[in-house]
Write a protein that binds this ligand. Structure first.
Ligand SMILES: Nc1ncnc2c1ncn2[C@@H]1O[C@H](COP(=O)(O)OP(=O)(O)O)[C@@H](O)[C@H]1O
Ligand SMILES: [Mg+2]
Length: 386
């Protein structure tokens, strides 16, 4: 079966684009152009065909085109045609009025909840913001790993959202009560913690399941030009799930733990236990060294290996769309051998991939087997296939 791929992408008043239209032939796409030309903007547009805030994590107002001097971004739209198994589906997203607080998502012209996008498109991405993934706090790694989880288990997003919402309410209840010198409503707290425990246990389980499968994939792929990684989830709840605990047991234990730390959480002003505290540890297997202690290039290669392994796994899933890859400024980090290996890998996976770079020569080895597009002030121009 051929992979899921965008066959057309149209942007209207999105970031730097008044209008852009790109017809895609299913092969990998490389976008070349100077800094600030709009390459990442284009990838960001694609990334909005997943629920959430896209690969920059931007607000809706930020992505609407704004001319110098204009106070507010315009209403914007991104639409795409997705081709899978010979069938085409029209996807669209955007805001109809400037300053809208929610974006609309349409599938075949019908407004649907954003979660439905996962029925048609899965995505895995790697951006320059992730270059410091192993040097930063746990939240960045959690977000990165959760994206890989979403791509495999879309309902993970809904659980994470439900968890966050209940968490915010619980903290508000705890801190408000503290300020008023009273005791928080225990029944209400119990209910919120039950919700937290339910969503949290499912989150921990989804992460642990994904990690196990991903590690197996990495091991099975063997030594590639990208370094082998040993992964682990260091959070208590993910570890419990990884050790084979039943979801119901994780849920019950998490609920008890939350009830036990109310006072501590209230004093700290934040929740001290739960899967929102989990972290991903990555070890460079051959060197037996934590990723944080590896060189910048090695770290990038490790992350790339994770992303490719997850893509390979998802490309075999029969009941789900195969993922598309967004690799922003990845080629420039790699030496020529690794770059060529990356291209070979993408080709072997048969997945649609969008790559960006400032220089055409980075993509020399892709000539003839990819679609090249120049991005500059005059817009998008297809490069000669020669
Ligand atoms: N909301 C917006 N409206 C108009 N231009 C924008 C908006 N957001 C970003 N830009 C412009 O987009 C450009 C950055 O594009 P980007 O895709 O990041 O470039 P690159 O090709 O280096 O990846 C900048 O020049 C920036 O001013
Ligand atoms: Mg960029």
């Amino acid at each position: 079966m051929t992979a899921t791929a965008l066959s057309r992408l149209t942007l209207t008043d999105f970031r730097s684009y008044a209008r852009a239209d790109l017809v895609l032939d299913g092969r990998p796409i490389f976008l070349v152009g100077p800094n600030g030309a709009g390459k990442t903007n284009l990838l960001e547009a694609v990334s909005l065909f997943t629920p959430g805030r896209g690969l920059r994590g931007s607000s809706l107002a930020e992505v609407g085109r704004r001319l110098p001097g204009e106070a507010q971004g315009r209403a914007w739209a991104v639409s795409a045609v997705v081709r899978a198994a010979g069938e085409e589906t029209q996807l669209g997203t955007g805001v109809e009025t400037a300053g809208a607080s929610r974006r609309t998502v349409r599938i075949e012209g019908e407004t649907v909840p954003p979660g439905r996008l996962a029925d048609h498109l899965r995505q895995v991405w790697l951006t320059p913001a992730q270059d410091r993934l192993f040097l930063e706090g746990a939240s960045e790694r959690r977000r990165f790993f959760d994206r890989l989880v979403f791509a495999a288990i879309p309902r993970h997003a809904a659980h994470a959202q439900a968890y966050e919402r209940a968490q915010r309410e619980r903290m508000r209840l705890l801190t408000d009560a503290g300020e008023n010198g009273g005791a928080p409503d225990a029944a209400w707290l119990d209910a919120l913690e039950a919700r937290l425990a339910e969503a949290g246990a499912l989150m921990a389980e989804a992460r642990a399941t994904t990690l196990t499968a991903l590690q197996a994939e990495i091991d099975a792929r063997g030594e590639r030009p990208f370094p082998q990684a040993r992964l682990s989830l260091t959070g208590e709840w993910e570890q419990m799930a990884a050790a084979g605990a039943e979801i119901a047991d994780i849920e019950a234990k998490l609920a008890r733990a939350l009830a036990a730390v109310r006072e501590r959480d209230a004093a700290a002003g934040r929740a001290l236990t739960g899967p929102h505290r989990g972290d991903l540890a990555v070890i460079h297997a051959e060197k037996d060294r934590l990723a944080a202690e590896c060189s910048t290039g090695e770290q990038k290669a490790l992350i790339l290996n994770l992303v490719l392994a997850q893509s390979a796994r998802l490309s075999r899933a029969e009941s789900a769309p195969s993922p598309i890859l967004l690799l922003d400024e990845v080629a420039a980090h790699l030496d020529r051998t690794r770059r060529a290996a990356l291209f070979d890998e993408i080709e072997a996976l048969g997945l649609q991939a969008f790559l960006t770079g400032t220089d055409e020569h980075l993509f020399e080895d892709l000539k003839g087997r990819a679609q090249g597009v120049r991005v500059d002030a005059s817009g998008l121009t297809e490069l000669d296939p020669a």
